[in-house]
Design a protein around this ligand. Structure first.
Ligand SMILES: *Cc1c(COP(=O)(O)O)cnc(C)c1O
Length: 393
């Protein structure tokens, strides 16, 4: 047994460098704590990183989703499809606008929304019944947006890609080309989160990326109360430089320069962190390949960004408890959204999405973050092995 670490091993955590600290301190001593140069700097660098034309930074990933739903004019009664295996926010953004959330089951091999199940759902209703699709790059594995786009075009849907788990991730399209998560080529909008468990930390923070100029402008306006400085036809000729207009009902979803200084500094070494995540995942894959009683979710996929490393075991509860006694704080991602009491009150129930429910009953996310060292990972593997040896499936 490798030596136990002196501290608990969470499933994910941030990595703050001296350069990150210096960047934040520099902003604290500058003229702007918010609405200064760091927001635009972080946005420009992030847009370049994912290969999108526009990036709009906001207070968190949930606000990013809300703004997307607003910018796409989600109306009460409109129906939007998402996956049951995601963080609830992916679905909630539709509810904020009064829309109806619908789900399709996952593909058990990948944990991603099953586009065949989505097609079945779409074909069971007249065209126009559904208005949008919110696929999630779950655990860091990119959704095949080429296929999703074709389906969306056939049925007249927009797409919001929830890419919170996958900055730097990609899928290979039918031509073998790498298509980056959030590149804006295939989905109208994509969103990211900078919560500390995600790849890039800003404390709280989020981003929307898009290639659509009009949507980007709308997002910027909605982010700051619906206000624009640029006047529309309403401008009184005698107004001065103070003039601004609130053109629609917006929010204050602005992120601070303090957060963005941290984000820009983190982003500068995002590829380093991503490479380490992939290396750790490959090491887990190798350790678990021949271990009886355990299966790995979607091993060896090109472009996987590995926000999470998910295993599946029969006695998940037992393994979860055992690992806690060993100071390994594995986690479950996720309790299916349709099983949340809020969504059950809207009519969803156990049995609606059997693959999602089966996945949930067996899944566990093991520690995975760039600063996890090999010895700690070996200890996690040894703990899993010890449990399985004493608890054969
Ligand atoms: C983290 C996360 C969100 C929400 O992001 P916050 O910044 O925490 O609001 C939304 N969707 C997914 C898939 C996430 O993992």
């Amino acid at each position: 047994m490798p030596t136990p670490p002196s501290h608990p091993l969470p499933y994910g955590r941030q990595h703050i460098s001296d350069a990150d600290v210096a960047a934040v301190v520099e902003t604290l001593r500058s003229d702007f704590l918010t609405q200064g140069p760091k927001v635009a700097e972080f946005e420009a660098a992030f847009a370049t990183y994912v290969g999108a034309k526009h990036a709009v930074a906001v207070t968190n990933g949930t606000a990013a989703l809300h703004l997307c739903a607003l910018a796409l004019d989600v109306q009460p009664g409109q129906r939007v499809i998402t996956t049951p295996i995601t963080f609830a926010a992916s679905a909630n953004c539709v509810r904020y606008c009064g829309g109806e959330v619908h789900f399709a089951d996952i593909d058990p091999a990948t944990g991603l929304l099953d586009l065949k199940a989505v097609r079945k759902l779409l074909e069971a209703h007249p065209k126009g019944h559904f208005t949008g699709l919110i696929p999630v790059d779950f655990a860091g594995l990119a959704v095949n947006l080429e296929e999703a786009r074709a389906l969306a075009d056939e049925f007249g849907l927009w797409i919001i890609e929830d890419a919170c788990h996958a900055p730097g991730g990609f899928f290979l399209d039918s031509q073998g080309q790498e298509r980056r998560c959030g590149s804006g080529q295939l989905a109208e909008l994509a969103i990211f989160s900078f919560h500390p468990v995600k790849h890039i930390a800003t404390g709280e923070g989020g981003m929307v990326t898009t290639n659509d100029d009009a949507l980007a402008r709308r997002l910027r306006r909605l982010r700051t109360h619906g206000i624009e400085r640029e006047a529309t036809g309403l401008l009184r000729q005698d107004e001065g430089g103070w003039y601004m207009e609130m053109q629609e009902l917006g929010y204050n979803y602005r992120i601070s320069d303090i957060n963005c200084a941290l984000g820009a500094s983190q982003l500068a070494r995002a590829d380093e962190g991503l490479a380490r995540r992939r290396q750790l995942a490959a090491q887990y894959d190798a350790a678990f390949t021949d271990m009886p009683g355990i299966s790995v979710l979607a091993p060896g996929q090109p472009g996987h960004a590995y926000h999470l490393y998910v295993i599946q075991v029969e006695n998940r509860r037992g393994l979860y408890e055992f690992l806690r006694t060993k100071n390994v704080l594995a986690q479950v991602h996720y309790v299916p959204v349709h099983r949340m009491p809020y969504y059950e009150n809207l009519g969803w129930k156990f049995g609606d999405f059997p693959y999602a429910e089966a996945y949930y009953s067996r899944c566990l996310s093991l520690p995975l973050y760039p600063t996890l060292i090999d010895e700690e990972q070996a200890y996690v593997v040894a703990c899993v092995q010890e449990f399985l040896a004493h608890n054969p499936a």
